[in-house]
Design a protein around this ligand. Structure first.
Ligand SMILES: Nc1ncnc2c1ncn2[C@@H]1O[C@H](COP(=O)(O)OP(=O)(O)OP(=O)(O)O)[C@@H](O)[C@H]1O
Length: 198
């Protein structure tokens, strides 16, 4: 169980609980603060308030240890080496996921500069999935994808949710919010969350 209590980041103030094996869809107008919220939960930016995993505060552990358990996945993931496979500890572990997301295993040798936006997005998700985090904070993970790739991502994440992973999934697509979420949070302009029925 992820417990977020009075989390404050700029204008945002939120409290909620995310159960094991639950996916909450997060919607709201562009610029309302969805990314700010996801990044604050992962402790990537300065913020106040309490965030606990099974009652254990993130303050009891180092930021890298927290982020391996509560992992933010950016819509535009970052890259620091020349080729795809250099970003993976073990490329062989990545290839089944790469395949499920419609990319060839040979893409490991591809230079990052040749990747399309959607290829980067899928490979960034694979990187995160290999951590087997307890909580995934997905920031518009299919914003650059076609319908088939979007369906692959939704299926892969659904399998993780069934296996107990908790997910907070930001999306502008109401249909996707209904497909992936068992609950729906709308972020209002004041920076608070309202739960809506799906
Ligand atoms: N470091 C910062 N300092 C001040 N304001 C910021 C900072 N980072 C983001 N903002 C502002 O906070 C607001 C919320 O940004 P955020 O990226 O969370 O929106 P969002 O809801 O995810 O939008 P979108 O749906 O377009 O991705 C924006 O107006 C943005 O300019």
């Amino acid at each position: 169980m992820l417990t977020v209590s009075a989390l404050k980041r700029l204008h945002i103030v939120v409290s909620f609980e995310l159960a094991d094996g639950e996916c909450i869809a997060l919607q709201g107008p562009s610029g309302v603060g969805k990314s700010l919220l996801l990044r604050a939960i992962a402790d990537l930016d300065p913020n106040e308030g309490s965030v606990e995993l099974d009652g254990v505060s993130r303050e009891t552990m180092s930021a890298p240890v927290w982020r391996r358990q509560v992992t933010y996945v950016a819509a535009e993931p970052g890259w620091w080496a020349d080729t795809v496979q250099e970003h993976f500890t073990d490329w062989d572990l990545a290839t089944p996921l790469v395949d499920q997301l419609g990319l060839p295993a040979s893409c490991g040798t591809w230079p990052i500069r040749r990747l399309s936006t959607g290829e980067k997005q899928r490979l960034g998700l694979v990187r995160a999935l290999l951590l087997h985090s307890r909580v995934l904070l997905l920031d518009e993970p299919t914003s650059a994808l076609d319908a088939a790739s979007t369906a692959s991502v939704e299926a892969l994440v659904a399998a993780r949710v069934s296996a107990g992973t908790s997910v907070l999934w930001s999306t502008h697509n109401s249909g996707q919010a209904r497909r992936v979420g068992s609950r729906l949070f709308m972020m209002a302009s004041g920076g608070h969350l309202e739960e809506h029925s799906l």
